[in-house]
Design a protein around this ligand. Structure first.
Ligand SMILES: Cc1cc2nc3c(=O)[nH]c(=O)nc-3n(C[C@H](O)[C@H](O)[C@H](O)COP(=O)(O)O)c2cc1C
Length: 314
């Protein structure tokens, strides 16, 4: 991949159309600034941060990079108005919203000159994003780690369909860790990619070392998309996962499920390193991640593989 401009590099003023996903318990200022310094777009994940911690992360990120970076705001978490206020006060220029209605904050943010992208998992919601006036759409397939859609549409099927129905810049997410996968997504019609799981297993990610190591040991079939009626989420099949499945199978007790989930379990697993009792969010592509690497090396690999994957003709 060279530095030729496209819709995504133009929109965010970055060198490569590679976005590091906002990820709870992983993407603080260290990860986001490292990605931005490599020419991608780093996103601070606000969903696991109290408002004052978010402010601190934004301020540190501004010091660590002079390149563009953004904040991911998952609309299913609390303190939203406070978080948006901090984003405005700190002069953040790019916001990726997810897990909610794109109409809620797009206009407020754009009025302040902020570029807004929203994450969806279906063509229907991609069209709603376009109606809401977002600047870019992230279409995330069933393979992806973390919260996801209910329809089980894979990236391979989702991207061409979304592309057919929207005209805004399109970012593919879900199942992308290699340069060949990035190229495939762009051949399908994406203008750029959002990568989560690969960046979760980097030196700069703020997750616990037990968890980073575990990611590198996962195989095909070790993750599952669960809780589809409640808040679908792809996670590792560990003791906690089995407990959730049990509650779910015995009468789908929503209150009990909600009580078991929440920030505490995700923190216990991914931030505190409890590999059995914590919630471990990661994508199917973890089966292809065998090493914890510095961000710079992830970029080097992505670009090399992208360039080596040929577009041969039949
Ligand atoms: C550990 C983890 C935490 C995540 N947290 C968030 C989040 O806070 N907000 C969000 O919009 N998406 C979140 N996601 C989804 C990512 O933003 C991204 O779309 C997804 O990881 C892409 O798929 P991949 O994991 O196959 O690369 C998370 C994903 C992972 C793996």
């Amino acid at each position: 991949m060279n530095e030729s401009r496209n819709k995504i590099t133009e929109l965010f003023n970055i060198k490569y159309p590679i976005i590091q996903a906002g990820m709870i318990w992983h993407s603080g200022w260290k990860l986001a600034s490292a990605v931005s310094n490599c020419g991608g777009l780093g996103l601070i994940g606000s969903a696991s941060m109290y408002p004052d911690i978010l402010r601190e992360n934004i301020q540190k990120c501004k010091k660590a990079t002079d390149k563009p970076f953004g904040v991911n705001v998952a609309l299913l978490y609390p303190n939203l108005d406070e978080i948006i206020q901090i984003i405005l006060e700190e002069g953040v220029k790019i916001v990726f919203t997810s897990a909610g209605n794109p109409k809620n904050y797009t206009e407020t943010l754009q009025k302040e000159g902020i570029k807004v992208a929203h994450v969806v998992s279906s063509t229907k919601f991609a069209v709603k994003c376009e109606d809401a006036g977002v600047d870019a759409i992230v279409a995330e397939g069933f393979e992806a780690g973390g919260h996801n859609g209910r329809d089980e549409t894979t990236t391979l099927c989702l991207i061409p369909n979304v592309k057919k129905h929207i005209s805004k810049p399109l970012i593919a997410a879900g199942g992308i860790a290699l340069g060949s996968q990035m190229k495939a997504a762009m051949i399908l019609g994406a203008d750029g990619v959002q990568i989560g799981s690969r960046f979760a297993a980097t030196i700069e990610a703020s997750a616990h070392e037990n968890w980073k190591k575990k990611i590198t040991e996962l195989n095909e079939g070790d993750t599952h998309l669960t809780l589809k009626e409640l808040a679908p989420v792809r996670m590792v099949k560990n003791k906690f996962f089995n407990e959730l499945e049990e509650i779910y199978n015995v009468g789908r007790n929503t209150e009990a499920l909600v009580a078991s989930l929440g920030r505490a379990r995700a923190k216990k697993g991914m931030f505190e390193g409890d590999m059995e009792n914590g919630e471990l969010e990661i994508g199917q592509v973890s089966a292809l991640i065998n090493e914890v690497l510095p961000v710079e090396k992830v970029f080097e690999n992505l670009l090399k593989e992208f360039n080596q994957t040929n577009n041969s003709t039949l």
